[in-house]
Design a protein around this ligand. Structure first.
Ligand code: NAD
Ligand code: UGA
Length: 460
């Protein structure tokens, strides 16, 4: 990522610069949006309700681990192109567009918690009441199809006392960035989706995104919301499909890696998102699968596919433990190292990380767990305060009777004989298929990748 540079072609053409924009929410999406528009020459104010977060942003730092974002943020803050505040009033009053980027976390029912969006709409609506000019409110938070029209719109009209398309504009502009490459994905997206109520609002978003070379799809508000869910649930489908194939390969005594790689050469299938492992975690894929399933159920449709995706995903940590036990016997009473606690390598985000069900299952089976993550340990301690934590990967492996790699951190690929030789039983289950099997085995440890194990051991 460090070698990546903003391409020249996205330099803003005259006429699309120098707007004032407001972003509500200083999370991944809000800050990536703010940095993107800042780099395109606009003056952006980010509003957040969490005071320490606002202070962090104003000091040019990112509140989460995303190094390229932090680098760009620091430059923009220094140049006065980006600032953060807890008070939305000035920011909304001056802005041509207001981007709502607040969280929509999952509820136990599978639905999303829409309260942060409601609060943001109420606050923005109240400020629109006294604001001059035509401002466009843009929903970027992921919300189930129908929400912008049936909830965001009436709230904005109620609190502003103005009519949509007359007093203010309304768009739905879903975000597709991946954590770990947030800025690159914002500046070089695969596509930009602009759902709008009226042409005028959509035209403003088109103008704002004009310097960015990407397919631009204009549509209505509800289709834009559905495009986001169609995309994320397809990614989850690929992962659960890969996991299903890998689980079968394991039982057939073959390695799933060449099988899925060969399948991926077909352009109709594609090579990406076919890595088997412990399942998809993170703040969005699990949440979005369940939220769409729940939204469909309310509309009278029972989604068998989404139910199956979730069921496969839930069983993957158990598959990894089974592989370890098949090779090395029951984990009861053993010291098991878990490397990687973030929901994937390269981030410190532990939302819906598969480390939680993995470690919970190991503990339920009577194992002693020692865990390590290069960046996410402080966040993970809040989820599981009582397990043992190591201060390095090497320390984590010391005396272990086996190890499961839960997140694909690059530095785990450098582990070798020095570290493996300190393990009581040198056996690694690669829960992300991110290590080099030959390198691990040459360094004296037994390698088992999910969808790989019995290729080198006993068959069933
Ligand atoms: P986040 O939790 O990282 O950040 C949300 C921020 O909004 C927080 O800082 C919070 O304090 C702030 N906030 C909440 N209510 C507020 C209010 N009323 N006024 C001002 N600030 C407020 O969330 P995120 O990960 O950026 O996700 C935001 C939305 O975008 C979600 O709907 C998510 O599903 C979607 N999304 C996320 C990603 C991702 O990679 N994280 C990618 C695409 C889409
Ligand atoms: C995902 C999508 O990739 C983004 O396009 C989307 O914008 C975002 O969700 C969102 O809506 O928030 P992200 O949450 O950053 O992005 O994570 P991914 O890189 O997609 O990984 C999700 C999970 O799937 C991780 O646990 C990862 O380890 C797992 N995964 C990914 C696999 O198990 N196999 C794969 O082949 C790929």
């Amino acid at each position: 990522m460090s070698g990546w540079r903003i391409k020249r072609f996205i330099r803003p053409p005259a006429g699309s610069r120098d707007m004032k924009l407001c972003v509500i929410g200083a999370g991944y999406v809000g800050l990536a949006t703010a940095v993107m528009f800042g780099k395109l020459g606009h003056e952006v104010t980010v509003v957040d309700v969490v005071e320490p977060r606002v202070r962090t942003v104003n000091s040019g730092k990112s509140p989460f681990y995303e190094p390229p974002l932090e680098k760009e943020l620091a430059k923009l803050v220094k140049r006065g192109m980006l600032k953060a505040t807890t008070s939305a009033s000035g920011a909304v009053k001056d802005a041509a567009a207001i981007f709502i980027c607040v969280q929509t976390p999952p509820l136990p029912s599978g639905k999303i918690d829409i309260r942060p969006v409601k609060t943001a709409c109420r606050d923005v609506g109240k400020l629109l009441r006294t604001a001059d000019g035509y401002k466009v409110v843009v929903m970027k938070s992921t919300v189930v199809p129908g929400t912008t029209e049936s909830m965001v719109l009436p709230l904005l009209e109620k609190y502003s006392g103005k009519k949509a398309c007359e007093g203010f504009g309304l768009c739905m502009n879903p975000e597709f960035l991946q954590e770990g490459s947030a800025i690159k994905d914002s500046l070089e997206p695969a596509r930009i989706v602009i759902g709008s109520m009226d042409k005028r609002s959509g035209d403003l978003l088109m103008k704002l995104h004009a310097p960015i070379k990407a397919a631009k799809i204009r549509t209505d508000l509800t289709s834009a919301e559905m495009i986001k869910y169609a995309s994320n649930t397809f990614l989850a489908t690929k992962i659960s499909y890969a996991n299903e194939m890998a689980n079968m390969c394991y039982l057939f005594g073959i390695d799933s890696e060449p099988v899925l790689r060969a399948a991926g050469f077909d352009p109709r299938i594609g090579p990406l998102f076919l890595k088997p492992g412990l399942g998809y975690g993170g703040s969005c894929l699990p949440k979005d699968v369940n939220a769409l399933k729940e939204r469909a159920r309310r509309a009278g449709y029972r989604s068998r596919l989404l139910t199956a995706l979730d069921a496969i995903n839930e069983s993957q940590p158990g598959e990894a433990i089974r592989m370890l036990e098949d090779a090395a016997g029951p984990v009861r009473g053993k010291r098991i190292a878990v490397l990687g606690l973030a929901f994937k390598g390269g981030v410190d985000d532990t939302r819906e990380t598969r480390a939680v069900p993995l470690i919970s299952s190991l503990l339920a089976k009577g194992a002693h767990v020692v865990a390590f993550d290069p960046m996410a340990t402080p966040n993970f301690i809040r989820l599981m305060p009582t397990i043992e934590y190591a201060s390095s990967a090497a320390e984590c492996l010391k005396g272990a009777d086996g190890c499961i790699v839960q997140a694909d951190w690059k530095e785990f690929r450098d582990l070798g004989r020095k570290e493996f030789s300190t393990m009581r039983v040198a056996i690694l289950v690669d829960g992300r298929r991110s290590l080099d099997p030959a390198k691990v085995e040459a360094a004296g440890a037994r390698y088992l990748g999910v969808g790989y194990g019995l290729a080198r051991g006993k068959g069933r």
